[in-house]
Design a protein around this ligand. Structure first.
Ligand SMILES: *[C@@H]1O[C@H](CO)[C@@H](O)[C@H](O)[C@H]1NC(C)=O
Ligand SMILES: *[C@@H]1O[C@H](CO)[C@@H](O)[C@H](O)[C@H]1NC(C)=O
Ligand SMILES: *[C@@H]1O[C@H](CO)[C@@H](O)[C@H](O)[C@H]1NC(C)=O
Ligand SMILES: *[C@@H]1O[C@H](CO)[C@@H](O)[C@H](O)[C@H]1NC(C)=O
Ligand SMILES: *[C@@H]1O[C@H](CO)[C@@H](O)[C@H](O)[C@H]1NC(C)=O
Ligand SMILES: *[C@@H]1O[C@H](CO)[C@@H](O)[C@H](O)[C@H]1NC(C)=O
Ligand SMILES: *[C@@H]1O[C@H](CO)[C@@H](O)[C@H](O)[C@H]1NC(C)=O
Ligand SMILES: *[C@@H]1O[C@H](CO)[C@@H](O)[C@H](O)[C@H]1NC(C)=O
Ligand SMILES: *[C@@H]1O[C@H](CO)[C@@H](O)[C@H](O)[C@H]1NC(C)=O
Ligand SMILES: *[C@@H]1O[C@H](CO)[C@@H](O)[C@H](O)[C@H]1NC(C)=O
Ligand SMILES: *[C@@H]1O[C@H](CO)[C@@H](O)[C@H](O)[C@H]1NC(C)=O
Ligand SMILES: *[C@@H]1O[C@H](CO)[C@@H](O)[C@H](O)[C@H]1NC(C)=O
Length: 834
């Protein structure tokens, strides 16, 4: 009796619940859900009863395709949402997908969403979800996809997670999970993707059960503190396409039969572990038939039937670098039709590269440095048109470099240094994209090929430690080399002047037959020794300059007409990049210089005004106009200029939003006021003129190219580091008293960066580069400034310090106390035009 009564009560309650929820219309449910959410950017404004459109058209909603219409998917990713995720959403009877990825939800894992009966996909990736995975995670038994990646989920993964037997994707990457991973993964028989990567607090072996997952396609366990060996069970991963076990502490051998089974493999990455031993015969071994075939035909050229490679056919990326492997490298890899990337550097692999490499028609990148490979460099390489990097230094390759070694039109980096190659260097003709060529430390003979000078972007050339003879070709002056190392050869004759003036002499050393300035032997006809000049451009800096006519008009209260009238031929004092500079006398009697921007590019005048307004808003005392006059400059003044300019740039780069790059730093663009307070001008002109006009103006101003960072040629994207480089050049000017670029003779000039490097290299000390007109008491500070300038002008952009750091370093040199700290000053002299 009692039992019956209880069930009746239960039934009626259930009925009541059901009727209540079904009474709520879907729009009401959605609005209840919305009410729990914080939506600062008002992205959900369309969610409203007053909205004219049907609720199925509200932001982020998708409804079922059949009638009656009902919400099936809620996709609200990357909308800056926070607050609560209300379980009211579970009253939507057909909701299958809930995607709240990329928001700011700061919650524990919302277990109440397990009430959503139809839910199959729950995506909470990239939020601020915290706390452990609770045992009750098992309540999500019907989920097919669970994505909690990119949160702060911590603690051990509970065994109860094994109850999620329907999962096809489980992504827990990039969290704070710790401890060992439980042995329950074998239960996820439907799993296609398992991602536990980037959980650096895990301390676990790889669960062997994973090997049972025949349907698994992506297994991502990289950077997660896994140790122990790769389970033998992995041979069971028959569907695997992407395997990433890199950056762990895995030890031992790779399972011997692994390769036989992984026929669908696209990417294999076990790099950066402590794996060792010889590589299994299994990996791609069936491709051996092919190798045998190709050995007979010397140079393989043609297609192969699919039968000859029935495994690894799909492999594109093979990465085993930085382990302790030794023994023969799996040879079949070299001839796979889809292979793009082979990285095996820093192991002990032996073996040869077969001619059949020409079959690897998609190959882009080979890095096998620091192994024990031997044999010759096959001609087949030259037939691979997609190859852009071939790096095989520190091996035992011998014989001649094949004549087509640089035939790939994509080739950018070749490093064959530290091998036993002999013969002459072939003329590289076709690789117009070659940036770096290193053939150092071989036994190459003959002359340096002249056609190297026809490779327009060649930047690093290291031919040191060979037996090269003959002269250094004059034509190499055409190149904008950052590194030219021919030391320890048997070269002779005079060194082309731009090479010797531009590059450190040590890179020429060990060639007793070479002669030229800075070398032990001077050539018989002699070259003039460089003369010192003062800071002439500062000395003749007169009166300067407003940013643009528009600003000037609004700032100084004269009309545009007055200015235009005053700007005639007589008032012009010179041409800048972007137009003529005029000196104009204002009604007040004050003299100002005005730059008239003549080249507006394609920007409309409306856009121009908007940009000028933006630029005018930047009120910083080092980034304004105004005028000055220079007499003589002692070190203290120069340091003050350097600090001011650096502060101006740091401000542009970091403090001002949106960030602005100067892109045209040079001493001509630095104006000084009566207190030697520097003012940067011409900043952000690219924004006024438009990119195309800006670029062509720069190009037309080739005499100032010495301010441009070396990467400017091939990296069109402007960067802070390029500004830093230009600043370094200015700093060198201040320390050395030399112009940035000096014409040395009719067709040679020295840029100050190269001049300093060369001087320092010869004399092993920076004292020689300091401006002799400045008293010795400042030497220490000046040497410090040289050090900073060297870092700013580093060939490698990443090595240049951020401008804020440069400011600090320069300030720490300044012996005077009370140096004014520049800060944003709201009372600066002009206000924003409206
Ligand atoms: C959604 O809006 C489109 C036009 O914007 C309209 O054609 C469609 O009928 C609307 N759907 C519903 C369910 O109201
Ligand atoms: C999110 O908010 C931040 C600042 O609170 C803002 O910078 C960002 O643009 C917003 N993102 C979106 C997608 O609205
Ligand atoms: C979750 O959303 C993110 C961001 O849109 C997406 O990259 C990821 O693939 C989604 N996860 C799943 C399992 O669909
Ligand atoms: C995994 O599956 C096995 C057998 O199917 C079962 O005994 C075990 O309880 C399951 N584990 C979990 C955590 O569900
Ligand atoms: C490998 O183990 C060492 C020593 O236990 C540890 O310091 C290091 O962080 C581990 N590396 C990884 C990638 O887990
Ligand atoms: C390839 O040649 C080697 C010896 O050179 C031989 O052991 C191997 O069986 C050959 N493989 C095939 C598939 O013919
Ligand atoms: C390889 O074959 C192609 C045509 O299939 C031909 O154009 C090319 O010259 C051949 N290369 C060599 C080295 O025989
Ligand atoms: C080999 O098989 C793949 C599919 O597995 C196919 O795309 C390719 O065209 C085949 N190649 C040849 C030469 O038959
Ligand atoms: C070469 O690789 C070994 C590991 O095999 C490593 O210890 C060594 O530092 C590497 N040498 C260079 C120059 O990178
Ligand atoms: C070439 O390889 C050597 C030895 O591995 C290395 O030291 C050098 O940095 C490499 N050169 C370039 C330009 O990558
Ligand atoms: C250069 O040639 C000389 C004599 O021919 C030889 O003794 C020397 O070993 C060679 N040096 C190199 C680096 O090959
Ligand atoms: C130039 O080559 C020599 C000899 O190989 C070497 O010792 C030196 O480090 C190289 N210099 C640079 C900057 O690469």
């Amino acid at each position: 009796m009692a039992t019956t009564a209880k069930s009746t009560l239960f039934l009626s309650l259930t009925f009541l619940f059901f009727s209540l929820t079904s009474a709520s219309s879907e729009p009401d449910i959605l609005l209840t859900f919305k009410a729990s959410i914080k939506d600062p950017m008002n992205y959900l404004s369309s969610w409203s009863h007053t909205s004219s459109s049907h609720y199925c058209n509200w932001t982020g909603l998708t409804c079922t395709t059949s009638l009656p219409l009902s919400v099936s998917s809620l996709n609200l990713q990357t909308l800056n949402l926070s607050g609560e995720i209300s379980s009211s959403v579970c009253s939507l009877p057909n909701l299958q997908i809930l995607n709240l990825a990329g928001n700011l939800f700061n919650l524990a894992i919302p277990l109440h969403l397990s009430q959503c009966r139809s839910l199959e996909t729950l995506n909470l990736s990239n939020n601020l979800i915290w706390g452990p995975i609770p045992d009750q995670i098992s309540q999500f038994g019907s989920l097919k996809m669970l994505d909690l990646s990119g949160n702060h989920v911590e603690g051990k993964i509970p065994e109860s997670i094994g109850a999620l037997k329907n999962l096809r994707e489980l992504n827990l990457a990039n969290n704070l999970l710790s401890g060992s991973v439980p042995e329950v993964f074998g239960n996820f028989t439907e799993l296609r993707l398992l991602d536990l990567s980037q959980n650096s607090f895990l301390d676990s072996e790889i669960p062997t059960g994973i090997g049972n997952l025949e349907n698994l396609e992506n297994l991502l366990l990289q950077s997660s503190g896994f140790h122990g060996s790769i389970p033998e069970s992995f041979v069971g991963l028959l569907g695997l396409a992407i395997l990433d076990l890199s950056q762990n502490n895995l030890t031992g051998l790779v399972p011997q039969k692994l390769g036989l089974s992984l026929t669908n493999l696209v990417s294999f990455d076990v790099s950066q572990n402590i794996l060792f031993g010889s590589f299994p015969n299994g990996i791609c071994s069936n491709a051996k038939g092919l190798i045998n075939l190709s050995l007979h035909t010397n140079l393989f050229n043609g297609s192969i039937s699919n039968n000859s490679i029935n495994e690894c056919w799909n492999l594109e990326r093979f990465q085993v670098q930085n382990n302790g492997f030794f023994g023969d490298f799996p040879n079949g890899l070299w001839s796979l039709p889809k292979i793009k990337l082979i990285r095996a550097e820093n192991n002990g692999f032996s073996g040869e590269i077969p001619e059949s490499i020409s079959i690897a028609a998609q190959l882009e990148q080979v890095q096998i440095d620091n192994n024990s490979f031997t044999g010759t460099i096959p001609q087949g390489f030259g037939l691979v048109r997609s190859l852009y990097r071939f790096s095989a230094s520190l091996n035992g390759f011998y014989g001649e470099i094949p004549p087509n070694f640089c035939d790939s039109p994509a080739m950018s980096i070749i490093n064959l240094s530290h091998n036993s190659l002999s013969g002459r260097i072939p003329e590289p003709r076709k690789c117009g994209k070659l940036v770096s060529l290193s053939l150092a430390d071989n036994s190459l003979v003959g002359e340096i090929p002249i056609s190297l000078s026809e490779l327009p972007v060649l930047t690093y050339l290291d031919l040191s430690n060979n037996n090269l003879t003959g002269p250094i070709p004059l034509e190499l002056e055409n190149l904008k080399l950052a590194l030219f190392n021919v030391s320890f050869n048997r070269l002779s004759g005079s060194v082309p002047s731009s090479l010797i003036s531009g590059l450190p002499a040590s890179f020429l050393q060990g060639n007793p037959g070479l002669c030229g300035p800075g070398l032990p032997n001077s050539c018989s006809d002699g070259e003039p020794s460089p003369k010192m000049v003062g800071l002439s451009k500062f000395a003749c800096a007169l009166i300067f300059l407003a940013l643009a006519v528009g600003i000037l008009v609004l700032v100084i209260g004269v009309t545009e007409h007055d200015l235009m009238a005053a700007m005639d031929e007589k008032s012009a004092i010179g041409f800048g990049v972007f137009g003529r500079v005029h000196i104009v006398k204002l009604p007040s009697g004050e003299l100002v210089a005005v730059k008239k921007i003549v080249n507006f590019g394609t920007q409309s005048s409306k856009a121009l005004k908007a940009e000028i307004k933006t630029l005018a808003k930047i009120r910083h005392k080092n980034i304004i106009k105004i005028l000055a006059q220079i007499l003589g400059l002692q070190w203290g003044d120069r340091l003050r200029i350097a600090i001011g300019v650096a502060q101006g740039l740091a401000y542009l780069h970091k403090d001002y939003v949106p960030h602005i790059l100067h892109r045209n730093v040079k001493s001509n663009n630095i104006l000084l006021d009566v207190d030697f307070e520097p003012k940067l001008m011409d900043f952000g002109l690219d924004r006024i003129m438009g990119e195309a006009a800006f670029q062509s103006s720069l190009a037309s101003e080739s005499t100032f190219s010495c301010y441009l960072a070396p990467e400017h040629g091939y990296n069109k994207k402007a960067s802070e580091q390029m500004d830093t480089y230009s600043f370094g050049v200015v700093l060198f000017e201040l320390v050395t008293g030399r112009k940035a670029e000096r014409t040395e003779s009719e067709n040679s000039s020295i840029d100050v960066v190269k001049w300093v490097r060369r001087k320092i290299n010869i004399s092993n000390g920076a004292l020689q580069v300091l401006d002799p007109k400045i008293s010795r008491s400042s030497q220490q500070e000046m040497l410090g400034a040289v050090e900073i300038a060297l870092r700013c002008t580093s060939v490698v952009p990443e090595k240049r310090p951020p401008m804020a750091e440069v400011v600090r370093a320069l300030q720490s040199l300044d012996s005077r106390t009370g140096f004014p700290n520049v800060e944003f000053s709201a009372s600066d002299e002009f206000s924003v035009p409206v």
